[in-house]
Design a protein around this ligand. Structure first.
Ligand SMILES: [Zn+2]
Ligand SMILES: [Zn+2]
Length: 352
């Protein structure tokens, strides 16, 4: 089997071959049908996140060991089961929840694998789906996709559950406009799920006019140029004085400034994006204005189940998806880095 791996941080992914492994214990082996390319793959390939002020968060320090196969948005077909694996059968087409915890810490025992202190996430800390085959440690992380298209379902595993988890943190989702910063793959997914969850209306902020257009086509009530000097004033006007809920899918110093400064009293800023940077906030207004600043990281296994149920009931989110052969993974990540991708690129091993 082929595997596209980070071997040296900052270098293109390398195609390595190995014998296809046999599942042991409760493991399930999948043939990869579709693997979405996510913005965080760029950070994983680089090996660090920007903490602002010249500081970096090294992924090696967080437990990432090389070489590792990237790819955390995967749909596959079950091809083999370990002797103790239950709940799926050969031939099932499944979405993989890659946010796998240690199974024994407090958060894992509360079914919050995404908050585990020793995560084993597929495509981050253990081998992911930029490969012909993918081993999953347990069938509890597999969700049947029925007759959904694998390439359109794959992004649910990261961009889907990440935005779903963030939207669930906005208490005023159904009664007030929600501000979504960033209209890349994550932003368009967020916009689509916002509608499926019965969201009141969405105001989308992006510095790129092509992405703002995509957001308007995707159902945004209004769009704002995040780079405009009066971006905050525009958001305040559109939200009748200030936003109750801001979801920041960029996570840069600039987007965080816009997001926090746009809040109404009692409003909440939810940061999801990992672009990097820092933010200085005065403390008294946090108390006096009763605002919330909260982080949101992917989603839990129950949230993934809830999202799959929502999608089965209401249809797949209508996010632009382009497919490419798996062998073009490095071209795909380069295009993503250059900001040339609208929506999602999904890799297909069967196409080459
Ligand atoms: Zn991702
Ligand atoms: Zn754990």
């Amino acid at each position: 089997m082929r595997m596209f791996q980070v071997c040296t941080c900052g270098q293109p992914l390398q195609c390595n071959e190995q014998a296809t492994p046999e599942p042991k214990g409760a493991e399930v082996l999948l043939k990869v049908l579709a693997a979405g390319v996510c913005h965080s793959d760029l950070h994983l390939a680089d090996g660090w996140f920007d903490l602002g002020g010249g500081k970096r968060l090294s992924l090696a320090d967080r437990g990432m060991k090389l070489p590792v196969t990237l790819g955390h948005e995967n749909v596959g077909e079950v091809v083999a089961l370990g002797p103790d694996a239950k709940g799926v059968k050969v031939g099932d087409r499944v979405l993989v929840d890659p946010w796998i915890g240690c199974g024994t810490c407090g958060p894992c025992l509360r079914n919050e694998d995404n908050l585990c202190t020793a995560m084993r996430s597929l495509g981050v800390f253990s081998n992911g789906g930029y490969a012909d085959y993918l081993m999953v440690p347990h069938a509890r992380y597999l969700f049947d996709i029925g007759n959904m298209s694998p390439e359109r379902a794959a992004p649910l595993a990261c961009s889907g559950v990440t935005t779903f988890g963030a939207l669930k943190k906005v208490a005023t989702l159904k009664t007030e406009p929600t501000v979504i910063i960033g209209a890349g793959g994550l932003g368009l997914m967020c916009l689509a799920l916002h509608q499926k969850m019965g969201g009141h209306s969405a105001i989308v902020v992006d510095i790129d006019p092509a992405k703002r257009d995509a957001a308007l086509k995707g159902g945004a009530k209004a769009v704002v140029d995040g780079g405009a000097a009066d971006a905050v004033d525009q958001i305040k006007r559109l939200t009748n004085g200030g936003a109750w809920g801001v979801i920041d899918l960029v996570g840069s110093s600039q987007s965080a400034r816009v997001g926090c400064d746009s809040l109404a009293k009692g409003g909440k800023y939810v940061i999801v994006g990992l672009y990097g940077g820092d933010l200085t906030v005065s403390l008294p207004p946090i108390a006096m204005r009763a605002v919330g600043i909260q982080g949101s990281y992917v989603g839990s296994v129950p949230e993934m189940a809830e999202l799959m149920e929502l999608v089965k009931r209401t249809g797949l989110p209508d996010v632009p998806v382009a497919t490419r052969p798996l062998s073009q993974v490095n071209e795909a990540t380069a295009d993503l880095r250059a900001g040339k991708i609208v929506g999602r690129v999904v890799l297909q091993p069967a196409a080459g």
